[in-house]
Design a protein around this ligand. Structure first.
Ligand code: ATP
Length: 318
């Protein structure tokens, strides 16, 4: 599997603050990689280092197989980036802003550029936008414009810092769909977020940052592996409890958590006994629990207060 972003011992110090602490990131081709962390955990600093906007204090960073920031000139034109809200000239229209941005990147004739800009605006749901200046845009529209700029060059890699910040639920849904479509078309996506639910819904691979340290990095399916229990929802709770005496570990209303190896066999057994099964599925670990456990383990290892780790994990909004 080809690495699209790889860092080794990446570290950034701002005076006494250790903002990024020895990161070993591994983002692979085809990933939608969710870089998850509470406010102030070092996400933006990391993204800025990857894009050559900030120099690391120590460690290495490779983007698209080349060393950053040394290879910035050849790497950056292949990366669509959205960092800390889109930069734009407020008195110009969105279309004009994109034209200026595009002109910086490479020489193309005007009609090709016009088509490309129209396509990018259409892609992010700003197709019908008039010539109104960007200063009259809502925050969500500005965010979309930033994404359009990131898409203009049809890059193989998108690096997005909190791309759904400031969007309403409809906008979040549209951007999520857009990123999934792009990914299906072969674009690797690296996005930072403080939203657990967003990462859980969108990403294939997750890295969790906690006070500058990467406390977890794995495929989402591996993190959300089955717990070995089966979740059974039924109106016949008492019957099931009697039938499965000893293996029902927990009850939450009409849902039972049963220690059982084979969900299909359990289903067959319950149905044969005349139990009405509303829902039956292998229980999976919740990302929230996995993140909390990783933060606590890291706090133990590095001698931070476990309470602080729990607080930090809770600061990740669901
Ligand atoms: P948020 O979600 O709030 O944007 P973040 O995870 O992106 O947070 P960073 O912005 O990378 O976190 O900040 C990490 C730490 O580094 C913070 O303590 C922040 O105050 C500090 N920091 C970031 N940039 C600078 C700077 N230019 N000078 C001094 N300290 C900085």
């Amino acid at each position: 599997m080809t690495s699209v972003i790889r860092t080794e011992g990446l570290t950034k110090r701002f005076g006494r603050i250790l903002a990024v602490d020895g990161l070993d990131l591994d983002v692979r081709e085809g990933d939608v990689y969710g870089f998850l962390g509470a406010n102030g955990s070092g996400k933006t600093t990391t993204v800025r280092i990857l894009l050559g906007l900030v120099l690391a204090t120590s460690g290495r960073a490779e983007v698209l197989g080349e060393e950053m920031p040394r290879a910035a000139r050849s790497v950056l034109p292949q990366v669509g980036a959205l960092v800390e809200g889109p930069a734009a000239y407020p008195h110009l229209s969105g279309r004009r802003n994109l034209a200026l941005f595009d002109a910086m990147g490479r020489r193309t004739d005007r009609s090709t550029r016009k088509v490309r800009i129209a396509e990018a605006l259409e892609h992010v749901g700003l197709g019908g936008v008039d010539e109104r200046p960007v200063q009259a845009y809502s925050l969500g529209m500005r965010q979309r414009l930033g994404l359009a700029a990131a898409l203009l060059r049809r890059p193989p890699l998108l690096v997005l810092d909190e791309p759904t910040n400031g969007l309403d639920p409809q906008g979040i849904h549209e951007i999520r769909q857009l990123l999934l479509d792009l990914n299906a078309g072969g674009t690797t996506v690296f996005l930072s977020s403080h939203l657990l639910a967003e990462v859980e819904q969108l990403c294939t691979r997750v890295g969790v940052l906690d006070r500058g340290r990467l406390v977890l990095q794995d495929e989402l399916v591996a993190l959300r592996r089955p717990t070995g229990r089966v979740e059974v929802r039924t109106p016949d709770v008492a019957v099931v409890r009697q039938l499965l005496d000893g293996v029902v570990e927990h009850q939450d209303g009409d849902t039972l958590f049963v220690r059982y190896d084979d969900p299909a066999a359990l289903n067959a057994r319950l149905v044969a006994a005349g139990v009405r099964v509303v829902m039956l599925a292998a229980e999976r670990r919740h990302l929230e629990d996995v993140v909390l456990a990783a933060a606590t383990a890291s706090a133990d290892r590095f001698g931070t207060e476990p309470a602080a780790a729990a607080q930090q994990a809770e600061a990740l909004e669901k």
